[in-house]
Design a protein around this ligand. Sequence first.
Ligand code: ATP
Ligand code: MG
Length: 562
Amino acid sequence: MDWDRLREDFDWERARGDELHPFPDGGINLFHEAVGHHVAEGRGAQVAMRWLGKDGSRQDLTYSDLDDLAGRFAGVLESLGTSRGDRVFTLLGRVPELYVAALGTLRAGRVFCPLFSAFGPEPIASRVGPGDGRVLVTTPRLYQRKVAPIRDQLPQLEHVLLVGDDTLDGCEALAPRLAAATPLPTASMDPEDMALLHFTSGTTGKPKGAVHVHAAVLAHKLTGRWVFDLHPGDVYWCTADPGWVTGTSYGIVAPLALGATLVIDEAEFDGPRWYGILEREKVAVWYTAPTAIRMLMKMGLEVARDFDLSSVRHALSVGEPLAPDGVAFGEVLLGTPFHDTWWQSETGAIMIANLPGQPVRPGSMGKPVPGITAAIVEHDGDDRLEVLADDAEGELALRPGWPSMFRTYLHNDERYQRSFKDGWYLSGDLAKRDADGYYWFVGRADDVFKSAGHLIGPFEVESALVEHPDIAEAAVIGKPDPVAGAIVKAFLVVRPGVTVDAALERSVRGHARKRLGPAVAPREVTFVDSLPHTRSGKVMRRLLKARELGLPEGDTSTLENP
Ligand code: ATP
Ligand code: MG
């Protein structure tokens, strides 16, 4: 598919030069596509964001409100003497100011980089420093606890803006500045100008800073339409925090570009609260993650019985493999299966998905979205790469050229160049494609291992283990073994109320052998209270392995509960 041709089909491209489009020929701005054009076209009064506070408070912001606040925030950035391309970081919970800062930064042509508010001082320093953060927006509390101790390591960080009216030494209060600011007109940017900087989750190692440009909005918006079936006025809830790429691409940009109303919950996961939100806000389209789905499954369906969830028209999942039982849980809970989607910080937008209207194959990630060419490939040391046939396992590769593809890893172009071979982008994930074109996740290249000659992907083993009625969550690693090369070792979390004893272990082992055969069933099983997750909800198998072997744990800065 020719993305340039497609571009011409869109209003926002056709509108170039007319009074609704503020830029001279060739200019674009991601903010304009997300917010500005709705206001220009008379839809400013629609609610863009419904914010739900931890304490039960609510706040609605219309597209006009967001336009005004983002304009003011952009004005603040201008008044601070920052320039286009300067990096603006946020270290905030999901409060309205986070979204205002994101949109205002883009509007001003500065680069937005969100951090999880749960990060400690070290992960903050190792992102703001190498990310060249010039401005940081945070709260007095977060600043004192996490930034003040490392401030002297960040000489480039000139401005710290604190949400609210209070300020601290070396910081400035944001609220009075916003109130006094003159809204800055939307900056006309080159489509290739940097807009977003996203650090990867750090699941397999040190997080990398993926650079995205303004033109990425084309992919955000189109995939929002195709994959989410989002229409103007739809109530949409993405449960991901903007600290992770999903919370920005599909928590802010895509749904706004399509004129939806975002639901934003400040609180962390809470099953009954979530069901209450789906019911009360009449959420139509819901994007969440396997970790959350597993927690809801673990809670049991009884909790959901008190809620009317019939408003949910379409439900989707991302971030980790979604096992067939998770897909089916959607059917029971919502009357629609969870639709799996696959992408990465690097791809900027969804690449593979179970599209609405396409039959869902439980356990499959779906098919490449329009405009994306995918393949399963094999490569070794040299420059050559071989495209594999259906049903063969290999690395998932994509043909470069879609608009939201990362343009480099910040300050690590060499690592970026290494992600390409023979005209393909190599994702680092292993998968296979069936004869009908559906892709099936096998594992991350780093997590897959060989046991007595069998190539084993943790997902296949984990999926079988969680089918056991007493098992809530499972993680599988290859534990080095002098005879087999590696043996299959499983870490298991049981459902509430289940007693861990020899009978349970026998039953789980029996189930695994029946489902997987003796070569793939776990040789070792350990019951644990919880698994190590990244802040974005991914199981860190490398950590389980390091702990098992008594090795150094490597970068754990993205661990949820360090
Ligand atoms: P790092 O690159 O630092 O190790 P990460 O790869 O977890 O971290 P992200 O870019 O946040 O960082 O996550 C993308 C990865 O998440 C994918 O490469 C894939 O391994 C996993 N993933 C995303 N969606 C799915 C899915 N639907 N099924 C299976 N895995 C998925
Ligand atoms: Mg990755």
